[in-house]
Design a protein around this ligand. Structure first.
Ligand SMILES: Nc1ncnc2c1ncn2[C@@H]1O[C@H](COP(=O)(O)OP(=O)(O)OP(=O)(O)O)[C@@H](O)[C@H]1O
Length: 266
């Protein structure tokens, strides 16, 4: 059974267009201008277990929407979806204890308490036994080099420190599948390298399946054995790094290859 299997997975958002100006805003109260935006358009995707896949695309391509459906945070509008043999939107305990998600742009840590306190809350949520909890905390904090900052309030951490703590919290319960949505956004080169090395080791040592989104092609080149590029919610490329590089002409670097891929399909 693959880690992820989708068939014609579709999500459209309904929203109300806000018109500029006071009188238009008042008119809008009585006659709202309802619109629909197709964010993910009949996506077919199969991800085998143990794969590190890069889900790439321009801003607004539908990457975050796809990830939110895969982890059950959003209900699809249409299509079929199975993740680790489960229907994600049911949000069953067995499913939730086998996956995890980390967002570079959104914190899952409690802001006013230390990372260690957040870890203790997750220990209870996932019913982890004390010896396993202690062992995992020691192992992950060594790998992420955060032993010294576990007891500091999260709001006092730098972005790079917080991101490493986010990863630790996300992985405390030993998920088989990790969704990492822009985990290196805003990080300096040293912090980016630490996160990349950590994710590579996680996949190599524990066989964790990883779905990564990133706008940094160095992350993708270092980590992803497979790259799926989506635009307007549809795949426009599915292959490995050499196949992506093979699209390079006149010495284009990977950013230029991606840029051409985005605009050609727009
Ligand atoms: N709650 C919402 N209501 C209406 N439209 C939405 C909503 N959330 C996302 N969208 C739209 O859906 C499309 C896909 O958005 P999504 O956030 O999935 O893109 P993305 O590929 O993750 O972009 P980025 O790289 O900028 O994070 C965009 O056009 C966005 O404006």
């Amino acid at each position: 059974m693959p880690a992820i299997q989708t068939e014609a997975l579709t999500k459209s958002y309904r929203y109300t267009e806000q018109r500029p100006g006071l009188s238009a805003a008042v008119r809008g109260l009585f006659r709202p201008d309802r619109r629909e935006r197709l964010a993910v358009d009949a996506l077919d995707l199969t991800v085998p277990r143990g794969q590190v896949i890069g889900l790439l695309g321009p801003n607004g391509a539908g990457k975050t929407t796809t990830i939110k459906m895969l982890c059950g945070l959003l209900r699809p509008t249409a299509g079929e979806l199975e993740v680790l043999g489960h229907r994600p939107s049911k949000r069953g305990y067995d499913f939730l204890s086998r996956i995890s998600v980390v967002f570079g742009q959104k914190s899952m840590l409690w802001w006013d308490v230390s990372t260690y306190d957040s870890l203790l809350i997750h220990k209870e949520m996932y019913a982890l036994a004390k010896p396993r909890f202690d062992q995992t905390v020691e192992d992950l904090s060594n790998r992420l080099q955060i032993q010294d900052i576990l007891n500091i309030a999260v709001r006092k951490l730098s972005l790079g420190q917080r991101m490493r703590c986010e990863l630790m919290l996300a992985l405390l319960h030993g998920p088989e599948l990790l969704f990492a949505d822009e985990p290196t956004v805003g990080l300096d080169v040293v912090a980016k390298l630490t996160v990349r090395t950590f994710l590579a080791e996680l996949n190599r040592d524990l066989g964790t399946t990883i779905v990564l989104t990133s706008h940094d092609m160095n992350d993708v080149a270092a980590l992803c054995e497979r790259i799926v590029v989506i635009n307007h919610g549809r795949p426009v490329f599915d292959g490995d790094l050499p196949a992506l590089r093979a699209r390079s002409h006149d010495g284009d670097d990977l950013d230029q290859v991606m840029s051409k891929l985005f605009t050609a399909q727009a």
